[in-house]
Design a protein around this ligand. Structure first.
Ligand SMILES: [Zn+2]
Length: 502
């Protein structure tokens, strides 16, 4: 097959499978009753669910029913989330051992399928002859989504579905003052409550598609649950009587007040229940720059204060069978002349928090968020020193990039070398424009699955976005039954609807 054709096929797949070879041979056409061989190496009791998944998927993707033949095999079958596929003219073969592996194979096939040409309307689809052997570099492939008062839940659902389609398996959902807590109704913008029935439905949609939604609530800094630059405060703006739970600036929770811990514990448990006991809970803890500033906290031992706080919540979360994830930045002392110069590291020597690394509970997972690409003066690739500190202390680490595509790939490669738990891509308030979507859903999805980059350029025909990802978003919208203009694509509008826009 010509290189150009191979490139076209490779970049239609997100993530690009780790081993794939195309053959110059006739296609497999997905006709009614087309033959499919499932080579299965897992537990027999999974087989009925596997057959159902295949039949449901072929019906949903291509409106066809396949004729399934099952062959159980002991050796040479991919395990866990891995799978292999062989496409020949007269037979399609999928090998797998778990439902996760099968689901991944079906996602790849959907992306690979093309309508048979020379018809006025799409009828059959065809798969190019090829062999694929694929498995993820990391067990944890996460993406972090925010639910702001401005977030529409249909948009969240699209992103969750697209993330699942691109083989992310966890989505951390950070609610920004919009979750109406039964235990603490005052901890929510009273005119911006989200529809919990909808959010619950999205959790279930995620489960069906192979992505587990896990909650985040900030238990230290970012306690305003509003973007710092806006001066808004989800709790204090309408309930100033809650000031005792916060440091005077309102940005960080007051840790010496026992009522703070009680309130936060209620919230954590309510979220754990709502998300149906997910395996992870993100406790935030970044950028707590006014930490220990009230008249009681500022006289306390700050190192002990924070360790007690983290340990309490780590144990609470562990009591529900889950693990806490925590941002790293307050635990490393950065700035000019330190080993972390140029990297995100906000701890201050005067607080002594940099000494906590070795005393943290060992099951806590450190989310090392690094958003730049800080090359040294010699122009060498960044060496990402912050994550190494935690890994060397025996902690699990997640590399957490954002929009810098070189940083995404480099951090994923570093994560493989240092045996991190995985990658958690962040999106924040920027997940609609094309370079943002490209970084988060194309480059980072590839990095999370492959543990690095690809050997094919993912953009095209223009740089800055992947048209494959756009096609995948269309498929997501079709799955959702979207009918409104605003709900299609990545943005609600093509042109900012302000007549005075300059
Ligand atoms: Zn305080």
């Amino acid at each position: 097959m010509e290189e150009r054709e191979k490139r076209i096929l490779l970049k239609s797949l997100v993530p690009v499978p780790r081993e794939i070879s195309f053959e110059d041979a006739p296609d497999f056409v997905i006709r009614e009753k087309a033959p499919l061989l499932l080579r299965f190496g897992g537990k027999k009791e999974l087989l009925p669910a596997a057959e159902k998944m295949v039949l449901d998927s072929f019906k949903a993707f291509w409106n066809r029913t396949v004729k399934i033949k099952i062959e159980t095999a002991k050796k040479g079958i991919p395990v866990k989330e891995g799978y292999s596929i062989t496409v020949e003219k007269s037979l399609l073969t999928i090998s797998f051992s778990t439902l996760e592996g099968l689901r991944n194979a079906l996602k790849t096939l959907r992306q690979l399928a093309e309508p048979v040409r020379n018809k006025a309307r799409t009828e059959d689809f065809a798969l190019v002859a090829c062999t694929i052997k694929d498995s993820p570099a990391f067990d944890f492939r996460g993406i972090h989504f925010c639910v702001f008062p401005e977030t529409k839940l249909f948009d969240l659902e699209k992103k969750v579905r697209l993330a699942a389609y691109h083989k992310y398996n966890y989505a951390v959902i950070e609610v920004w003052g919009v979750f109406p807590f039964a235990s603490h109704p005052e901890m929510c913008w009273k005119d911006r409550k989200i529809d919990l029935t909808e959010l619950k439905r999205i959790i279930h949609v995620g489960k069906e598609l192979g992505i587990t939604l896990c909650p985040q609530f900030n238990l230290l800094g970012h306690a305003a649950a509003a973007r710092g630059s806006t001066g808004k405060h989800a709790f204090l703006d309408f309930a100033p009587e809650l000031q005792t739970l916060f440091e005077p600036g309102g940005w960080t929770w007051c840790l010496t007040n026992p009522y703070t811990r009680q309130t936060l514990a209620d919230i954590v448990l309510e979220l754990m229940d709502f998300f149906e006991n997910p395996p992870y809970f993100h406790i935030g803890c970044d950028e707590s720059l006014d930490f220990a500033s009230c008249r009681t906290c500022r006289k306390s031992n700050r190192e002990k204060l924070l360790l007690d706080h983290i340990t309490f919540f780590d144990e609470l979360i562990r009591s529900r069978g889950a693990r806490a994830i925590m941002w790293h930045d307050m635990l490393v002392e950065g700035g000019q002349g330190t080993p972390f110069e140029g990297y995100i590291a906000f701890g201050r020597e005067e607080d002594g928090l940099g000494k906590l690394v070795k005393r943290l509970p060992k099951d806590i997972i450190i989310a090392d968020w690094q958003y730049g690409y800080p090359q040294g003066a010699d122009g060498k690739e960044p060496h990402w020193p912050t994550g190494k500190v935690f890994r060397d202390a025996g902690l699990d680490v997640l590399a957490c990039p954002w929009l810098e595509t070189r940083g995404i790939v480099s951090q994923a490669e570093t994560a493989v070398k240092r045996k991190y738990l995985g990658l958690l891509e962040t999106t924040w308030h920027q997940t609609h424009n094309y370079p943002q979507v490209y970084a988060q859903f194309t480059v980072a999805a590839n990095a999370a699955w492959r543990g690095g980059g690809t050997n094919v350029a993912l953009t095209g025909p223009w740089s800055g976005y992947s048209i494959a990802t756009h096609r995948h978003m269309r498929e997501v919208c079709q799955d959702m039954g979207v009918t409104r203009y605003e709900e299609t694509g990545f943005t609600e509008y093509q042109v900012f609807p302000d007549p005075f826009e300059s």
